[in-house]
Structures are given as C-alpha cells and as structure tokens.
Design a protein around this ligand. Structure first.
Ligand SMILES: [Ca+2]
Length: 186
C-alpha cells in the first residue's frame, strides 16, 4: 500500500513537473516576440495599418529592428494571410488591397532579391500573370489576393500600402531559458 502511495506521489510529481515545463514553455513562447511584434507561427510580425510607400515602409521596419516581411514557405503564407485577413487586410481581390514585402528589383535588371541583404528569394510565390512590369517601373513587390490567388506581384514603389515587418524570434533567449527548464525539472 505504502509502495502504491509512493508511486502515485512520484507520478504526481512528474505530472506537475511536466505541467510547469509546459507553462514555462508557453510563457517563453509568448515572450519571444517583443512589442510591437506579435507571434504568428514561428515568426514575429508587426502589421502597420498606416500606409506608406515601399521605401518608407522598408525604413520603418528597420527602425523597429526588423525587416519587411518575406514569406518563408506555404505554411508561413497561410498563417500570415489568415492574420492579415483578421485585421481586414487582403480581403478585397485586386492589387489595391496589398501589403508591402521585403523584395524588389531596384538597381538590378528585373531580378527580384531580398531587400534586407540582396540575396535570392527562397520562396518566390507570384500570383498568376505576375511579375509583368506593367507600368513599366514596377520595381517593388506587394502581397495581395490578386489574379485569383494570394501571392506576390510587382508594382511601382511609390504606391501607398500598409506593410508588415518581421523579426526572428529570440533564439538566444530560448537557449538561456532551456537551462532554467533543466533546473526546474530536477
Ligand atoms: Ca505587376
């Protein structure tokens, strides 16, 4: 009987430890993004509803210690689209309801690159019929529900659009806290 009680006590302790661990993990998770950024999936996003041209948008994100958003993959695209829709953005099909992203072809011959460091874009997800350099000075890239799909389109940088900044979640902070997890667990 005493043995069973001991086992139950040990098990209860283990369950509690797991719960504490989960609570800590969730707490840390939320704290990963510092204001004004908030967590969407694995990334920290800040949505500016105030419209600006591409250059001002780019500068505004850098001032916040981030950069204009760039879609990582299909999953990231789904999550941020849902988030933007919930804020009333990208709800009307067409290029007018766009947000700025961190991709352009400024200074290059129609070769679209990441504005943060000039490297190639890993997930270049254009909508149908884009990029078309329609005007033809469409050197910046917007994200919209356009031509029947959510995705990128090239457009003149002078347009006024809301914009989205991104920042990587604080990995150093997580490493630091992992030690605390170990302490809490034992
Ligand atoms: Ca275009």
């Amino acid at each position: 009987m005493v043995r069973y009680q001991l086992i139950i006590r040990i098990m209860t302790k283990q369950v509690l430890s797991v719960l504490v661990l989960l609570a800590l993990a969730l707490g840390i998770h939320a704290k990963n993004c510092t204001s004004p950024f908030s967590q969407v999936g694995n990334k920290c996003y800040y949505v500016s509803l105030e419209k600006a041209n591409w250059h001002v948008a780019d500068r505004s994100c850098r001032k916040l210690g981030g950069e204009l958003m760039v879609l990582d993959d299909q999953q990231d695209k789904l999550l941020i689209t849902k988030h933007l829709n919930s804020l009333g953005l990208l709800t009307i099909p067409g290029y007018e309801d766009s947000v700025w992203v961190g991709i352009n072809c400024l200074g290059t011959s129609r070769s679209f690159i990441l504005s943060k460091n000039g490297s190639t874009v890993p997930f270049l997800d254009w909508v149908p019929l884009e990029p078309n350099n329609y005007t033809p000075e469409e050197d910046c890239v917007g994200f919209a529900d356009f031509n029947g799909a959510y995705g990128y389109h090239d457009i003149e940088c002078k347009f006024q659009f809301p914009f989205v900044c991104q920042r990587k979640a604080g990995e150093d902070y997580l490493c630091l806290k992992k030690e605390l997890f170990t302490e809490a667990f034992f």
